[in-house]
Design a protein. Structure first.
Length: 259
């Protein structure tokens, strides 16, 4: 059997064997999905697979002499939503902490734990119907995982762009706590004065507070940098979504905490 891999998926193959077309020994019983994963490509990264121009499922068992075309997941990729769910929810593995904070800055419902192992991540992703984002290929190959995606890039800027281009989510900047993912609400300065340094009280009058953890936010020294991240994200989403647009929501204030 000959398997032709899309260029976008060659990164998952061993560096010395990244030919787009591969001849694979076929025993007649293995599924197509098993063969593709045996090459190193996680199935959550695989889009349409075709034999002689016809779509086939990962469970298919083509004839030994066939050529199979394996494409990457189309972008933007839709995410199945539960009844009453307005937007995708995400869960990030332990290595993507900075990306998690940036996603929360953009108003994306983003769960993150710095001490959760792989089985627990799969359980939470499945129970809460969250898209599991990771750079662990083995984690993506877990059969129990309902929906996962590989995050491309080593820098947070590149990782965020990859996430936005892949899912083109609706953004609601400044509406979530970057520390815990809770919703932000506007708050009267008098209600938070006791929690502020004297210089902050003198310099700022508009504040927000996390409904869940109580973290207080205001337009501080990092505001300009965070606003730039939000503007860039809105442009990326607008470009990724045919006929769509970027950010749609607003929140109380830019956060002073680090992104």
């Amino acid at each position: 059997m000959r398997i032709r891999i899309a260029d976008e998926l060659l990164m998952f193959l061993p560096a010395t064997r990244r030919e787009s077309a591969r001849r694979v020994a076929y025993d007649g019983t293995s599924t197509l999905g098993h063969l593709v994963e045996s090459l190193g490509v996680p199935l959550p990264e695989v889009g349409p697979m075709t034999v002689r121009g016809e779509r086939v499922a990962p469970s298919a068992r083509p004839d030994a002499g066939e050529e199979v075309l394996v494409e990457a997941v189309p972008r933007p990729q839709p995410v199945p939503l539960e009844p009453g769910q307005a937007a995708p929810r995400f869960l990030l593995d332990v290595h993507l902490g900075t990306l998690a904070r940036r996603m929360r800055l953009l108003g994306l419902d983003t769960a993150y734990h710095n001490d959760m192992d792989d089985p627990a991540l799969v359980v939470q992703a499945n129970e809460e119907r969250r898209v599991l984002l990771t750079q662990d290929r083995g984690l993506l190959r877990r059969r129990a995982l309902w929906f996962g995606a590989y995050v491309r890039g080593s820098r947070p800027d590149d990782q965020l762009r990859d996430l936005l281009e892949r899912f083109a989510p609706v953004l609601a900047p400044w509406t979530r706590c970057t520390a815990c993912n809770g919703p932000l609400a506007e708050v009267d300065k008098r209600d938070v004065e006791r929690d502020l340094e004297a210089g902050t009280r003198r310099s700022y009058d508009v504040y927000g507070r996390c409904v869940d953890c109580g973290q207080v936010y205001w337009r501080g020294a990092h505001g300009g940098h965070l606003e730039e991240i939000v503007r860039d994200a809105a442009r990326v989403v607008a470009d990724a979504r045919p006929g769509g647009n970027g950010a749609t929501g607003t929140g109380p204030t830019p956060a002073t905490v680090s992104e």
